[in-house]
Design a protein around this ligand. Structure first.
Ligand code: HEC
Ligand code: HEC
Length: 382
């Protein structure tokens, strides 16, 4: 145990100040989403939980699909987490995955309508959560990608993301004091920091982001006090034939993994699924997002155009705006104000707070913030 701890500590000591600067907004977010009792001994305990069985998922979720070519190991996950926050992979060392996928926001954007990519260029799509992505057969709002590895690899060179040359990324990590050793530990003696293994490590880390312990989950597992009356009414409406949310947001992940148009606007600048299939019938269709943790992933929809869950619900209540490919399930619902409130309350009960806090703490720990004395003064949970 002790040697493991020392090993981890020694990594932490080398951690660049840059990372802490990067994590500062993240620390703030974590402060706002609520605090637990993060005493030093508790953190230490978490760091040394070494022998985690990554195939274990919360009750009610499907079995975790892990590709044979990239098995999940503690070493690859730890390396992936560190790379996830590593800015030197972007051409001007300004961006990391974490800049857009904020752990305090369930790995979605930091609440911004328009997210800025490389050179502060606005991105045209909203940043989706990365939680439970291991279960998804296709990725991106239009389903244009088939593996997490593929996306992680592409980000390195995409002009509006890291905008770097993969050879340059490899050169930078190879001349770093820590990375070469971490890659051999994760992938074997011959492994060097290559774009291939970078994408493998980050993907393994993302595959471990499994969340299924929200208050709603506790309720359906038998804890009848986990939801209040308003949340229970909202849940009943959500699953009812009258409201039909669960026709598309179905199953334990609240998605049918299919593409629909929900009439969020009358003009779709982004053609969504059409870019992938070239089928005119697919214009304006987007993948049904999972609603787990949606209480903290706003703004909403593919373009981040809906700022709050109440605004999302208004659109559903109206039956969506006029659009030629709008789904036939989209029709006026006639919900009153209280019913809308109840559904929104139910959606908030899908947030897995412990999971979010644990992941935020993992990043804080990683940045060497394990000692209470070193925590910024405003981070006063107790
Ligand atoms: C500049 C912001 C930005 C950065 C940096 C960024 N992403 Fe993303 N990410 C996005 C956006 C926006 C999307 C949605 C794009 C789309 O649907 O076309 C996305 C989508 C994804 C998806 C697909 C999720 C889904 O629901 O299908 C994965 C996986 C992902 N990103 C991983 C990463 C990884 C790994 C990194 C770092 C190597 C990274 N991202 C860096 C903005 C960013
Ligand atoms: C016809 C299928 C369908 C039905 C019915 C449906 N949704 Fe959706 N939902 C979607 C799709 C598709 C999106 C993404 C649309 C987009 O980005 O343009 C979405 C987006 C959302 C979002 C935003 C999530 C995010 O991460 O951006 C929320 C919240 C939501 N739906 C809740 C509900 C609720 C509550 C109901 C019932 C009142 C409902 N949905 C009914 C398909 C559906």
């Amino acid at each position: 145990m002790n040697t493991i701890l020392i090993k981890i500590r020694s990594h932490l000591l080398h951690f660049p100040l840059l990372l802490f600067q990067l994590l500062f907004p993240l620390l703030l977010t974590s402060y706002f989403i609520g605090c637990g009792d993060y005493r030093k001994d508790k953190i230490t305990e978490e760091i040394i939980t070494e022998e985690k069985d990554y195939s274990q998922v919360p009750e009610g979720l499907p079995a975790l699909p892990v590709p044979e070519y990239n098995p999940i190991t503690k070493e690859s996950v730890d390396l992936g987490r560190r790379l996830f926050a590593e800015k030197i992979m972007s051409v001007d060392s300004s961006l990391a995955c974490i800049s857009c996928h904020d752990p305090g926001r369930a790995f979605s954007s930091s609440g911004m309508r328009v997210v800025l990519g490389y050179n502060k260029e606005p991105l045209n799509r909203n940043v989706p959560t990365l939680i439970n992505k291991a279960f998804f057969p296709e990725y991106l709002w239009g389903g244009g990608a088939f593996s997490i590895e593929g996306i992680a690899h592409d980000v390195l060179s995409l002009p509006n993301e890291f905008n770097n040359d993969t050879l340059e990324v490899e050169r930078r990590l190879s001349s770093h004091p820590d990375y070469p050793g971490l890659f051999t530990k994760a992938f074997g003696d011959d492994a060097r920091p290559s774009a291939h293994f970078i994408s493998y490590a980050i993907s393994s880390f993302i595959r471990t982001l499994i969340s299924g312990d929200s208050r709603y989950d506790k309720y359906i597992r038998g804890d009848s006090s986990a939801l209040n009356d308003s949340e229970i009414s909202g849940m009943k409406l959500f699953f009812s034939h009258k409201v039909n949310c669960s026709k598309c947001h179905s199953g334990p992940l609240f998605t049918d993994f299919a593409y629909h148009n929900t009439g969020t606007t009358t003009h779709y600048f982004d053609r969504g699924r059409f870019y992938v299939t070239n089928n005119p019938y697919d214009r304006g269709k987007f993948r049904t997002p999972s609603l787990r943790n949606c209480g903290i992933t706003g703004p909403y929809m593919h373009d981040g155009e809906k700022a709050t869950l109440e605004i999302v619900l208004d659109n559903y209540n109206r039956g969506g705006r006029l659009f030629i490919h709008k789904d036939t399930l989209m029709k006026p619902l006639g919900l009153d104000k209280q019913e809308i409130k109840d559904i929104v309350a139910f959606l908030h009960s899908l947030t897995d707070e412990e999971f979010i806090e644990r992941n935020v703490m993992d990043f804080i720990n990683m940045a060497g913030q394990e000692a209470e004395t070193r925590r910024p003064s405003w981070y006063s949970c107790r």
